[in-house]
Write a protein that binds this ligand. Structure first.
Ligand code: NAD
Ligand code: ZN
Length: 254
């Protein structure tokens, strides 16, 4: 889009694309929740730096299946301190997508986030590729538990029925994605006329690879930092997702 020089021109174009689309699918990452004060992983002040200082290990290690098995005490300390934000509220990135769904323009949100904010904002069709901290289960008997249960227990949370460890239903490194969620996400992306990628470094696989299933007209990336897919986008806006989306919907009178 060499002819679009300023962010204003790009947001005008974004509004035009949204206005002309019937099946928008959003593909979101941690960057859509930074405006809700949840830190992302890879921005300069992201979680990576904080945890490397505190635990001396990278996030990929702390959030791996083998680390959870070997050091569940540290895992839950890390989880409660850095990955659970029960008071966070949806921002304009989440809210605008929920509005577009209500208007019948957006078909789905495919998210890598585990914070539940798309659902909190009112989106109904949300594919949580990496699960959610709001869902927890006993690894031995499968009993379900709430986020509150994990937050109000101390140390390693144990099942009230069998004593097993209660863990969040989130996908750790070394663990596969849920196949039914994956299938649904790919299907939504494959049938979208506009793919709206927001707030993701597109560095985490296999999730980032799902955008390859998009066959529609408009591939849009709204992200603060550069991503490996910027060159493939019909429209690339390097800005805050929430503010950008709010401005685009203002232009459309939504
Ligand atoms: P990431 O941290 O790798 O990348 C976030 C990207 O968002 C960065 O490129 C950054 O420039 C951009 N960004 C930050 N704030 C932005 C804003 N306001 N508007 C637009 N862009 C913004 O995140 P990722 O690609 O989602 O991968 C991280 C992994 O960690 C994911 O698998 C996710 O599950 C998990 N994670 C989730 C949360 C959450 O649930 N909120 C938070 C941290 C990490
Ligand atoms: Zn149990």
């Amino acid at each position: 889009m060499a002819d679009l020089k300023t962010d204003e021109q790009k947001i005008e174009k974004l509004a035009e694309m949204i206005g002309g689309s019937k099946r928008i699918v959003a593909f979101t990452g941690a960057g859509v929740s930074t405006e809700s004060n949840i830190p992302d992983f890879r921005s300069a002040r992201g979680v990576y730096e904080a945890i490397e200082r505190r635990y001396g290990k990278p996030a990929e290690v702390l959030l791996s299946h083998s680390f959870f098995k070997a050091h569940p005490d540290i895992f839950f300390d890390y989880l409660r301190s850095y990955l659970i934000f029960p008071d966070a509220q949806p921002n304009d990135a989440h809210k605008t997508l929920a509005v577009l769904e209500q208007l019948g323009k957006a078909a789905a949100v495919v998210t890598q986030n585990i914070d539940g904010l798309h659902t909190k904002a009112g989106s109904k069709n949300v594919c949580e590729l990496h699960g959610s901290v709001y869902k927890n289960y006993c690894i031995d008997c499968g009993e379900n538990y709430t986020l509150d249960f994990v937050l109000t227990s101390s140390g390693i949370p144990h099942c009230e029925k069998c004593g097993g460890i209660v863990r969040p239903n989130v996908v750790l490194y070394e663990e596969p994605l849920d196949s039914s969620v994956t299938e649904k996400a790919i299907n939504e992306i494959a049938h979208a006329d506009m793919l709206l990628i927001m707030g993701t470094s597109l560095a985490v696989y296999p999730a980032a690879g799902f955008i390859g299933y998009f066959k529609g007209k408009n591939l849009v990336i709204i992200n603060k930092d550069a991503t490996p897919y910027d060159g493939k986008a019909n429209l690339h806006i390097q800005a805050q997702a929430g503010k950008t989306m709010r401005t685009a919907l203002d232009i459309l009178g939504i």
